[in-house]
Design a protein around this ligand. Structure first.
Ligand SMILES: [Zn+2]
Length: 263
């Protein structure tokens, strides 16, 4: 499921391939992913324009098509982008195809169709309306502290709550907690000041490193949880078997030996 590092990787990919080319058409293969816009309107509004720049907030990607028009992309569970030469076979999971006047096109692919494609006039207004929290990489330590001081419950639930902190999903929340050596079920009230600072640093470290690795598991350090999570996986730190448990409706992977319930 695409999280902040994945979406940042899509952003960089789009920036490197798809800007400043006139859009000659938009083919909607599945209107199911369109939100608040029809296939006809999407094509009509974008045709003749160019994508000029992009902006990411949490798991959302916004692509500016002109002063007051932004394409909004959310990658749901299985969304991704693919830039390719016209005439080459598009993936069967292509839902929306942006065709450029040059020789190429950009496909929004999404096997499970939980993704979203829409248009927005004002990105900040959209973020406000959705009540999304600050982007996880824009957070300062003091704001991070404030968020945790104001809320109760499991630390992992706070990390996952897009209305408090935008961008972190199940996989990277587990990775951040593993690095900070905190148990995923640990309650905020049991996390001291020092541990909270450690958690903040781990959040930035993991997200930045994952972006540098292009969110590709094969490029992640072997000392991370990610290459080992899953049945019979062993903790890369102590070698003991990893455990999983349902926390906040999601499956958490962790090492019961290395990750503490009080800190
Ligand atoms: Zn361990």
């Amino acid at each position: 499921m695409p999280e902040l590092p994945d979406v940042e990787t899509f952003k960089r990919y789009l920036d490197a391939t798809s800007l400043h080319q006139q859009i000659s058409g938009v083919d909607v293969e599945s209107a199911y992913v369109l939100k608040g816009v029809s296939a006809r309107e999407l094509a009509h509004r974008l045709k003749g324009r160019c994508f000029e720049s992009s902006r990411r907030h949490g798991k959302h990607l916004f692509v500016r098509a002109d002063g007051e028009l932004w394409l909004r992309l959310h990658f749901g569970m299985t969304g991704s982008l693919q830039y390719f030469k016209r005439g080459e076979q598009a993936s069967k999971h292509t839902r929306v195809l942006f065709v450029f006047a040059s020789t190429h096109c950009l496909a929004f692919e999404d096997q499970r169709k939980f993704g979203e494609v829409g248009l927005v006039k004002d990105v900040d207004e959209f973020l406000k309306k959705r009540a999304l929290g600050p982007d996880a990489l824009d957070l300062s330590l003091s704001l991070f502290r404030q968020i945790f001081e104001k809320h109760r419950g499991a630390v992992k639930a706070i990390l996952l709550n897009q209305k408090l902190i935008a961008g972190i999903g199940n996989i990277y929340a587990d990775e951040i907690l593993f690095r900070a050596r905190l148990h995923p079920a640990i309650e905020i009230s049991r996390v001291g000041d020092k541990a909270l600072t450690k958690l903040f640093r781990a959040t930035h470290y993991i997200l930045r490193k994952a972006i540098a690795a292009k969110a590709d598991v094969n490029q992640m350090p072997k000392s991370w949880l990610l290459p080992h999570r899953g049945k019979h996986g062993k903790c890369p730190r102590c070698g003991r078997e990893l455990k999983s448990s349902r926390i906040g409706g999601r499956t958490a992977w962790f090492c019961p030996h290395c990750q503490r319930r009080t800190a």
